[in-house]
Design a protein around this ligand. Sequence first.
Ligand SMILES: [Zn+2]
Ligand SMILES: [Zn+2]
Length: 325
Amino acid sequence: MSLHVHLWGIRGSLPSPLTPATIEEKIGSAIRAYEKDRAYIKDIATFVKGLPQTIGAGYGGHTSCIEVQTPKSRMIVDGGSGIRVLGEKLMLEACGAGRGVVHILMTHFHWDHLIGLPFFTPIFVPGNQIHFHAVQPELEENIRRVFCKPNFPVAFENLPAKIQFHRLKPREPHVFADLTITPYQLDHPDPCWGYRFEHDGKVFSHCVDTECLRVTREALGPDLPLYQNVDLMTFDAQYTFLEASERVNWGHASGPIGIDLALREKVKKILFIHHDPGANDSKVIDAERQTREYYDSVLAAARAKGESITPLDWQFAREGMSFTV
Ligand SMILES: [Zn+2]
Ligand SMILES: [Zn+2]
């Protein structure tokens, strides 16, 4: 029994594909690295996987789409551009035969979280059932608006799949076979809900998009359980700490904010995602380095004061990564 999380899209705000110039630069750097270490390289695939992200594949360009899977349930969180690729995978399964049942959980309705929906192939196959879930009462109207001329040629009424909408109650558990989901509010300019997924004693919390303006337990109040007894957490790190301090009310956080929260609540592992569209791979690496310096300084300060602190497993995640808890 396991809870599996796959990252199909983790870029924030806007899809951000690598440009041909960047790819040429990466290929050139990779060839130079190969020439330098040629004598020690046993196989190309391992060499390529081991390249630093500035030279290697990088962090990915697709916007928000996360797949959460248990033995009896599959939930897709958000329909950013990453959902198009996930849709191709689903078409190889029951969705391709018009027998698919798909559940999509929306956090909120900013473009980067729904821009992939018109390109989600299972929605164009008769017989498939697509269930949308959200806390926001405007769920149906917001999804209908995505499939609407002049922005998209196929009107919502003409979509071949059967589409249903379901309202989730805030801070109440909802059971989907062997997966329990509870929505908690995040701090974002338009209402946005994070989700706590529970399966067989394991917990995954999805905390994106959020500026995390409420940090203390008191301020978090009824939304505190989103961060407690968590095995794996995804957290908004769109900005560096300096950028986050300059962009108040822009709705996004940074690595150090997540580190503080996760250390205090003893989260086991935290993945930083929703990378800024303007951040190239070097900039994401730099944000990770700054977060590392902050994390090390917090641990050193705690040790100096003789306080016990549970070390935290964390990283800046890349598109395509999978985690099992
Ligand atoms: Zn977003
Ligand atoms: Zn947003």
